[in-house]
Every structure is written in structure tokens, then in C-alpha cells.
Design a protein around this ligand. Structure first.
Ligand code: HEM
Ligand SMILES: CC(C)=CCC/C(C)=C/CC/C(C)=C/COP(=O)(O)OP(=O)(O)O
Length: 304
């Protein structure tokens, strides 16, 4: 490959990296599975098997572009603190591989493109939820809360819920109670997801002056909040069965929630970075597993 070809491909790789692709994939999974689930509650005889391929593709495109754009703007704004933390210092902007202003323009362009495309191809409520997700992540979390408030990720976590709600609204063009409650699963999952990681990386957040819970209150208090959160998340997730989600979802919610709570109880007994990392690794798949359970319920529900 020529030198210019190699330069181009590395720039593309860096723009993909600055978009936080692995997080975008999980966000899109929550949006698509919510779109499928909503077919049982949209007042039509259509099932999850009847959804339009184009609508599904456009949701994936709008959901990806919006999350990628919001993540790029986040990395533009966080470039100075990212430089101070080992975990983030090798990212494209702090490492100098991408110019900060170019990443900002890239992020803004993706956000504008995603909302515009959603407006003309999905529906107003889905567009509103996509815009809300961008707003919550970029303005509420990144600009206002992350460096100032110890509850930053709890409030900012709603950004992740917006992706699921956008998927639900793609089917229903509304935000009904169950659509909101399904999206709220992401909000409830975010604190244990991140706080387990933050216990492990608290020294770095302290160096960067970011008031994450373990930096301000220590590992023991954080482990207690994580466990309490799980004790609330499990009954909450089970209650969605009584709002209309199926038996397959219920089984997945009970099994995965209990496994997560066991790890969080053990973290309460061993509030240290080594165990927190194990708990982080167990917490991460919970979201994907439970949303796939929601989707399979919608597909299986109409199958037999
Ligand atoms: C305000 C809320 C959140 C915070 C503060 C947060 C924080 C983080 C951090 C610091 C990492 C490690 C990333 C790295 O080291 O590069 C991470 C990883 C991850 N997060 Fe979150 N997260 C949040 C919400 C979410 C949401 C809503 C989702 C998806 C629905 C999500 C999905 C993931 C995934 C899949 C990873 C693993 C990525 C990888 O392995 O590189 N996170 N999160
Ligand atoms: C519908 C829509 C567009 C929703 C947007 C949802 C979205 C992009 C959520 C991301 C949440 C997240 C990964 C926060 C971590 O940021 P951080 O700055 O704390 O993480 P870092 O330190 O690893 O950069």
C-alpha cells in the first residue's frame, strides 16, 4: 500500500476509535432490540417479524451516527483530562494523531446528520430521543456534570437510555410507559457498570480532578452503592414482566441479575480494584444479555 494509502487508513482507524465503536455497538443493540419489542405494544397486529428492513437499517444508521458524533465531541472536550489518564492518554487527540478541531467538526457533522436523517426517515419521537441522547451525553454529562458532580454518571446515564427509547419510538412514534421503563434498564445498569471500573481507575480520575464516586467517597462506599443499586435493579427488571414483557425475558432478568448481584455482594466484601475489575467484566454483558432476551421474547412470542 502506498504511503498516502497507509496514512489515509490510519486516519480512518483513528476517526473510528474517537467514535467509541464498542460502546456504539451496545447502544445500537439496545435500540434495535427495543424496536423489536415495541411491535407487541404498538396497537397493530404486526409482529417483530414484520418490521421494515429499511426502518431497521435507518435506525441503525441514525443510532450509530448520533452516538459516534456525541462520543467524538466528548473526546474533543475531554482531550486535556484524557492526556492525564493512562487509560485514555493514547487516544487519537491526546496522542496527536488527530487534530482536536477536526474531531469537533466530525462530531458535530455526525450529530447534525443523524438528527436530520432521523427527522426525514423515522418519526418525530424517535428523532427527539436521538437528540435527547446527544444532549444528555454532550451537554448534561460531559460539559456540566463530569468534572463537577459526584453523581455525574448517574444523571448522565440517561443518555444511554435514550438510545433504547429511540428504538422503541421508531416502532410506536410515541413514548409509552413500557418503552420508558425498558429504556430505564440502561439507566439502572450504568452505575454498577462504571463504578466498578472507577474503583480500579480512581487514582487516574483523582489526578485529572474528576470527582467520580470512589475518588470522593472511597471504595467501600462505592461498593455499597453498587450493591444497593443491584438490589433495586433486580426487582425493577422483574417488574417489567408484569408490564407485558415475556417469560423468556423474565428468566434472563432473574438469572443475569442474580449473577451480577452475587458479584456485587462479593465486591462489598472485597472492595478493592482487583475484584472491582472482575465485577466490571461481569456487569458489562448484563445489558446485552437482557436486551437480547427482550428481543427474543418478541420474536419467539409470535412464533409459536
Ligand atoms: C454516563 C454513563 C457511562 C459512563 C461514565 C461509562 C464509562 C465507561 C468507561 C470509562 C469505559 C472504559 C472505556 C475505555 O477504557 O476505553 C466504558 C466501557 C464501556 N461502556 Fe460505558 N459508560 C457509561 C455508559 C455506557 C452505556 C450507556 C453503554 C451502552 C449502552 C456503555 C457501554 C460500554 C461498553 C460496551 C464498554 C466496553 C468498551 C470497551 O471494551 O472498550 N457504557 N464505559
Ligand atoms: C441516542 C444517543 C446519541 C445516545 C448517546 C449515548 C452515549 C454515547 C452514551 C455514552 C455513555 C458513555 C460511554 C459515557 C462515558 O463517557 P466518559 O467520558 O466518562 O468515558 P471516557 O473517560 O472513557 O472517555
Amino acid at each position: 500500500m502506498s504511503l498516502s494509502g497507509r496514512l489515509e487508513s490510519s486516519a480512518i482507524k483513528d476517526y473510528i476509535e474517537v467514535s467509541k465503536p464498542r460502546i456504539v455497538i451496545v447502544l445500537v443493540i439496545t435500540a434495535v432490540t427495543s424496536m423489536l419489542a415495541a411491535t407487541r405494544f404498538d396497537g397493530t397486529p404486526n409482529s417483530a417479524w414484520d418490521i421494515s428492513f429499511w426502518k431497521l437499517s435507518l435506525l441503525i444508521i441514525c443510532g450509530s451516527l448520533s452516538s459516534m458524533g456525541a462520543s467524538a465531541i466528548n473526546q474533543f472536550y475531554d482531550r486535556n483530562i484524557d492526556n492525564l489518564m493512562t487509560r485514555t492518554s493514547k487516544r487519537p487527540i491526546p496522542s496527536g494523531r488527530l487534530k482536536a478541531n477536526n474531531v469537533l467538526i466530525y462530531g458535530l457533522a455526525l450529530c447534525v446528520a443523524s438528527v436530520t436523517l432521523a427527522w426525514f426517515t423515522l418519526n418525530p419521537m424517535a428523532t427527539f430521543m436521538i437528540a435527547l441522547g446527544i444532549f444528555f451525553y454532550v451537554v448534561i454529562y460531559t460539559l456540566l456534570l463530569k468534572r463537577r458532580n459526584v453523581w455525574n454518571i448517574v444523571i448522565g446515564g440517561f443518555a444511554g437510555s435514550a438510545a433504547s427509547m429511540a428504538g422503541w419510538a421508531t416502532t410506536t412514534n410515541s413514548m409509552d410507559l413500557l418503552g420508558f421503563l425498558v429504556g430505564w434498564l440502561v439507566f439502572m445498569w450504568t452505575p454498577p457498570h462504571f463504578w466498578c471500573l472507577a474503583i480500579k481507575t480512581k487514582e487516574e480520575y483523582s489526578k485529572a480532578n474528576v470527582p467520580m464516586l470512589p475518588v470522593v467517597y472511597g471504595d467501600k462506599v462505592t461498593a455499597k452503592y453498587i450493591f444497593i443499586n443491584s438490589l433495586i435493579l433486580i426487582p425493577y427488571s422483574i417488574s417489567l414482566y408484569f408490564f407485558g414483557l415475556g417469560i423468556l425475558y423474565l428468566v434472563v432478568a432473574v438469572v443475569s441479575g442474580t449473577l451480577m448481584a452475587i458479584y456485587h455482594y462479593k465486591l462489598l466484601q472485597n472492595p478493592n480494584p482487583e475484584f472491582a475489575w472482575k465485577a466490571y467484566k461481569v456487569t458489562a454483558p448484563y445489558l446485552v444479555v437482557i436486551f437480547i432476551g427482550i428481543a427474543l421474547d418478541s420474536l419467539w412470542y409470535f412464533r409459536f
